[in-house]
Ligand binder design. Structure first.
Ligand code: GCO
Ligand code: MG
Length: 454
């Protein structure tokens, strides 16, 4: 046995891990069975988003794994699914059988493919991958096949009240080394303000939009209109065109720009916007349609070459499979825990590779640092990686989650620690208890008071 494996063998024997035996020039390995000793759910809210993390403890003292199960709008529902249903189902099971545990957990509820149960399964699934890589003495990306790149390029969010404010924020990110920036004006759906083009505007080479944007009060709502977060879809669509006209004429085309429609438009207006934005060469236009309107993607495809990204709301294979296999999207944006974790995500990423669809996993503030690490390990090993969303880690988050991936010069890097590489300080997590009750931003309404998708 070569000196390297003698050293490996000695360290594993010391750790009572597994034995390397040579047989006819090969290596055989006998791994002692590792059973699941406990499954616990930790809720914490260090930076305003309620995060859900699952900790799986094993029969090997000190060997545990962490997984992200964050459904930030319904954290308690996920906790119950894990504590009351998955935990009793998993205790004593062989922690190495990740695929079988995924399949049986998925089938066990009979009804399946929902945001609560998928997130619960994801928490366990990611934790089991974390454990297996720790046991193999390597960062997870090594176990998944090794690096295709040294770091994952990320995009940041630039939001502002008007085009100038958005431009300033984009410039600030570019100065920090970011090459990809998502631009929004007034948040999703351009809350509240209506943009009108000044009457003396004239066409310019770049696009069809011209002239200054002026703010106008929202369209009048009917009497006794119900409370909610009102926005005006048509005015929003116009403001996005004007925003990109401004940004491209001020910034040029060096910086890659992205925009999230957040399913805020009627399908035909989404087709119109995707077409109107073509001259501005977006890296991608996200969620132009809602999961309920998938058939409209064909029309977008037939009308424009603006790259399309979709998927953060998906939790059913029948949502992502037709879009990928019919090449109706260019980027898959799934929230990995919403799919059920690393096990399904790596399979769908491989499917995407076959159909020219790249990954751009969901990565805003309501993904825990454990989930961000899972995104990163997949980003490093998938040849069809596109870009990774990143919204920054606060100091409080980094305290609660030691080992957060590092971002430098616009790239996210692994910390080369074993497994996912992120840990959780339970005492610190407990200092940030989650707030109770439903979110308010999702109570969106159109100008006439009709409830709209958030
Ligand atoms: C994004 C998303 C998020 C979601 C949020 C919901 O592209 O990052 O659209 O901002 O709105 O995750 O809780
Ligand atoms: Mg989005």
């Amino acid at each position: 046995m070569c000196p390297f494996h003698q050293r490996m063998e000695r360290s594993r024997l010391r750790q009572g891990r597994w034995r390397l035996e040579t047989q006819q020039g090969g290596f055989a390995r006998a791994m002692p069975t590792l059973t699941i000793r406990d499954v616990r759910t930790i809720l914490t809210c260090p930076s305003g988003s309620r995060l859900v993390v699952v900790k799986v403890e094993t029969s090997e003292p000190g060997l545990y794994g962490l997984g992200c199960a964050t459904f930030t709008q319904r954290p308690l529902a996920v906790k119950v699914a894990v504590d009351e249903y998955l935990r009793p189902f998993l205790l004593g099971k062989d922690a190495d059988r990740i695929e079988d545990i995924w399949q049986t957990s998925y089938q066990n509820s009979y009804w399946r493919n929902g945001p609560v149960l998928n997130n619960a399964i994801s928490g366990v699934d990611m934790a089991l991958w974390d454990i297996k890589a720790k046991r193999a003495d390597m960062p997870l990306y090594q176990l998944l096949g090794g690096k295709c790149r040294e770091g994952a390029v990320v995009y940041r969010h630039a939001d502002g009240r008007d085009p100038q404010e958005v431009e300033d924020r984009v410039r600030a990110f570019v100065e920090q080394g970011y090459q990809y920036v998502r631009v929004q004006m007034g948040g999703y759906g351009g809350r509240g303000w209506r943009s009108f083009l000044s009457t003396d505007a004239a066409p310019r080479g770049l696009g069809r939009i011209r002239g200054e944007l002026t703010e106008r009060p929202p369209r009048p709502a009917p009497e006794q209109a119900l409370p909610g977060s009102y926005y005006d879809p048509r005015a929003y669509a116009l403001s996005v065109e004007a925003l990109f006209d401004h940004l491209r004429s001020q910034l040029g085309f060096d910086v890659e720009l992205l925009h999230d429609v957040h399913e805020r438009l009627a399908p035909i207006d989404a087709v119109g916007l995707a077409k109107a934005l073509e001259p501005y060469k977006l890296y991608f236009l996200e969620d132009p349609l809602a999961p309920e309107d998938l058939e409209w993607f064909q029309m977008i495809r037939s009308q424009t070459t603006t790259p399309i990204a979709m998927g953060e709301l998906f939790n059913h294979p029948r949502e992502w499979t037709p879009l990928i296999t019919n090449r109706l999207i260019d980027f898959m944006r799934m929230h990995i825990s919403e799919m059920g974790g690393i096990t399904p995500a790596r399979k769908v990423a491989a499917m995407g590779e076959a159909f020219g669809v790249r990954t751009a996993w969901h990565g805003p503030g309501d993904v825990s640092p454990v989930g961000h690490a899972a995104n990163l390990h997949l980003d490093l090993v998938c040849v069809n990686f596109g870009v990774q969303e990143f919204s920054g880690f606060t100091d409080a988050e980094q305290e609660v989650f030691p080992g957060c991936p590092e971002v430098r010069g616009g790239y996210m890097y692994p910390n080369e620690r074993l497994g996912l590489g992120v840990d959780l300080d339970e005492e610190k997590a407990a200092q940030h208890p989650p707030f109770a009750g439903p979110d308010s931003w999702t109570l969106t309404r159109r100008p006439d008071g009709t409830a709209a998708r958030p």
